[in-house]
Design a protein around this ligand. Structure first.
Ligand code: NI
Length: 129
């Protein structure tokens, strides 16, 4: 429900437009929120750290490039137009030989590095673009 103090903006959220606004990698930006879940856009390249999210599943949707999600017992490759849901508690490590542009869907407040100690890999949370 909207009211007059908070007018609805009828404007599409365009992935290409959002992607053009930043160049840094491994720094997810929030582009929309649905209930408690945030839809984030991110650019990645190279190898991330092994980690898991004890409290939540994590959805990866590839927009551009080729993403490999490594697991301790296998891996899955995602091309543009493909997605995968990593179940909560499952260790995973994203890898991209060349830059991948993708969407992440996860609850508000989830850190990109999951259960790891805070480090330079830990992205600042809740950054909207
Ligand atoms: Ni993760």
């Amino acid at each position: 429900m909207s009211d007059n103090s908070n007018p609805v903006k009828y404007q599409a959220i365009n992935f290409a437009d959002k992607l053009s606004l930043f160049s840094e990698q491994w720094a997810p930006k929030v582009i929309a929120q649905m209930n408690d879940y945030q839809i984030k856009i991110v650019k990645i390249q190279g190898d991330f750290s092994w980690h898991q999210h004890a409290q939540t599943d994590e959805t990866f949707i590839v927009l551009q490039g080729l993403l490999r999600l490594d697991f301790r017992d296998g891996s899955v490759q995602l091309a543009a137009g493909e997605m995968y849901v990593v179940p909560k508690g499952v260790e995973h490590k994203p890898f991209a030989a060349a830059e991948v542009k993708m969407l992440l869907i996860e609850p508000q407040g989830v850190l990109n590095t999951g259960d790891l100690e805070l480090s330079e890999l830990t992205a600042i949370n809740d950054v909207w673009i």
